[in-house]
Design a protein around this ligand. Structure first.
Ligand code: AMP
Length: 582
């Protein structure tokens, strides 16, 4: 096995790391940055862009640019681009493919194995969808690990003294909190809680809505249906939010945000940190409920927490730090990079699982014990959720319970699996459903059906049911209707590569085109400047060929490069270069 990479597949940004020696390092991407925007775009030429390139062109191509796809993982959401639709797994796979490529170019070798992180509060379908995205990207996902746990691993490596920490992870789209105990040789998650739909994006959205309202009040123009204006606004607002993390005010200035009957309108607003805090206070307060829940589940008081660790870009907001300082009655720790620690932790685990670390090293010896975030149950009579595994149970775990039939001579039972904390199944999420048939006919209450829940180290659940009377058994790995079958994954994998190839082919055509244009410019100015030194026939031939090249270039449509014309361009360019070299 080659190197295992650790990937933090974030809502807004992603990061990839690997171990060097016994320590993890972040891999700089091909654009020279430590993190890669989790943005995918398709250009008019059907070229796929990922990361910075995709983000930079978003305002010009908003319909075909996809942000925050992580918010849709594990759902049936489909993104339509032209005539093709993409699942969240496919879009995420494109991001993973770019990270894989960056890692390969950094390491100079092929990378096939990865540890990918997910929010601790991700449910089963979201975890499986993440694993599927990895498969589509051509990665063997050897482990899915919770983001706060990964952060604790990175933190624990450098701060090995026994302590209880609270990891507060507020990213672009999700919020997680975990209470973790670090000992000399173990990192044990005691409890975890969170909100899958709360993150920095919500802060941006709040400010955008406020500015849309202000703009409407002052101009009577509604920007909320203007795609391009909205994309520009979102970009500027996110920028303002980041600036306000260190400045007290910032003027949002968007010239020509829209025009009505040929009259241009500009948006200008001086946003103060105080106003920003006032508009977003309730979002920060929302994070405090999971903090309380996690502490309660871990049976700890605030005073028992030795350090509060901040993870995720959104924890840079002063309102978050101030609120936490007040609530936890201590200064949150800042000696860990909130953007990188999750990927670093994933890389450590990757190195450990792959036996790449020195056996005596601390990283290699640390035992990691994670928990399942949500309770798991099956439905029993009256729509009751009968719990087999309580939330915050250490994983991997396995639990069995005996059930029986509800009516006489019943020969089959439906096993409906739910995830969630509520008493009635109607309030929880159905994550799987299967039927055990062939039960021996008997009076109700006589058959003994053993149901077993098995959660692996990735937090992914398998359920089996066995009729102890006949030995008949049925089992499933949870595949809710929004996860993908093996065939669907294979198809998406194939398509991802096809599109990748298409992009490469297109890049080759573009390279030839660019070379032809450059040759034309070089030779035209050379002929002009050195007319007298060139012998007559070479001059005439070059003149003729550059003219031909110019005509051919003018026939090229950049949004639809034709292979025939490009081949001709290539021939003429080569012939010019062969006729005369300077
Ligand atoms: P992550 O998913 O951890 O990369 O976090 C991304 C989120 O952090 C996005 O919503 C960013 O806008 C936000 N973010 C990044 N830097 C800052 C900053 N300096 N101040 C406020 N929010 C930030």
């Amino acid at each position: 096995m080659g190197k295992v990479i650790g990937i933090d597949l974030g809502t807004t940004n992603s990061c990839v790391a690997v171990t060097r020696g016994d320590y993890p390092v972040v891999i700089t991407n091909q654009e020279g940055y430590q993190t890669t925007p989790s943005v995918v775009a398709f250009t008019k030429q059907n070229e796929r862009l990922v990361g910075d390139l995709a983000k930079r062109q978003a305002a010009l191509n908003p319909e075909n640019t996809i942000f925050s796809i992580k918010r849709y993982m594990g759902t049936n959401h489909q993104k339509k681009i032209g005539s093709k639709t993409f699942s969240p797994q496919e879009i995420s796979a494109y991001i993973l493919m770019k990270l894989k490529e960056d890692a390969e170019s950094y390491l100079g070798e092929e990378v096939t194995d990865a540890v990918i992180t997910v929010p601790a509060y991700f449910n089963d379908a979201q975890r499986t969808a993440t694993k599927d995205a990895g498969k589509i990207a051509g990665l063997n996902v050897i482990r899915i690990i919770n983001e706060p746990t990964a952060a604790a691993l990175a933190y624990g490596l450098d701060n090995g003294k026994p302590q209880k920490i609270l990891v507060y992870d507020l990213g672009g789209g999700t919020f997680d909190v975990s209470i973790i105990e670090i000992d000399d040789d173990t990192i044990e998650v005691l409890a975890t809680s969170g909100n899958n739909r709360l993150g920095g994006d919500d802060f941006d959205e709040r400010i955008c809505q406020f500015l849309i309202k202000e703009f409407n009040e002052s101009t009577g123009i509604n920007l909320s249906k203007d795609y391009v204006a909205l994309t520009r606004l979102k970009e500027e607002v996110e920028n303002a939010k980041k600036v306000l993390s260190c400045a007290l005010s910032f003027t949002i200035n968007i010239p020509f945000i829209t025009q009505v009957k040929g009259v241009p309108y500009h948006l200008e607003y001086n946003l103060t940190r105080a106003k920003f805090n006032e508009l977003t206070k309730d979002l920060v307060d929302k994070t405090l409920i999971p903090v309380e829940n996690a502490l309660k589940d871990a049976r700890l008081k605030k005073e028992d927490i030795d350090s509060v660790i901040l993870v995720g870009g959104s924890t840079r907001m002063p309102i978050v730090v101030d609120t936490l300082r007040q609530v936890m009655k201590q200064e949150p720790t800042r000696n860990i990079n909130p953007d990188e620690c999750v990927a670093l932790g994933a890389a450590i685990l990757g190195g450990k699982l792959n036996n790449q670390l020195t056996p005596s090293s601390r990283a290699s010896q640390i035992l990691l014990m994670d928990v399942t975030p949500l309770s798991l149950s099956i439905e029993t009579i009256g729509g009751i959720s009968n719990r087999l595994i309580e939330r915050n149970t250490t994983i991997p775990t396995r639990h069995s319970q005996i059930f029986t039939t509800a009516s006489a001579f019943q020969t089959s039972v439906d096993i409906k699996v739910f995830q969630g904390e509520r008493k009635f199944t109607r309030d929880n999420k159905l994550i799987g459903n299967f039927r055990l048939s062939g039960i021996k006919k008997a009076l109700s209450g006589v058959p003994q059906i053993e149901v077993t829940f098995d959660i692996d180290a990735n937090g992914i659940l398998s359920v089996s049911a066995k009729d102890l009377g006949t030995g008949n058994k049925q089992s499933i790995t949870i595949t809710a209707n929004n996860t993908m079958s093996d065939e669907e994954i294979e198809k998406a994998k194939w398509e991802a590569n096809i599109f990748g190839k298409k992009d490469e082919e297109y890049q080759k055509l573009i390279d030839i085109y660019n070379d032809s244009v450059q040759t034309l410019n070089q030779y035209s100015s050379y002929i002009k400047a050195h007319k007298k030194e060139l012998d007559k026939s070479t001059y005439r031939e070059l003149k003729h060929k550059t003219y031909e090249l110019k005509r051919c270039i003018s026939k090229c449509k950049l949004d639809k490069l034709d292979t025939k014309i490009i081949n001709k361009l290539s021939d003429i360019t080569t012939s010019i270069k062969n006729t005369y070299r300077f």
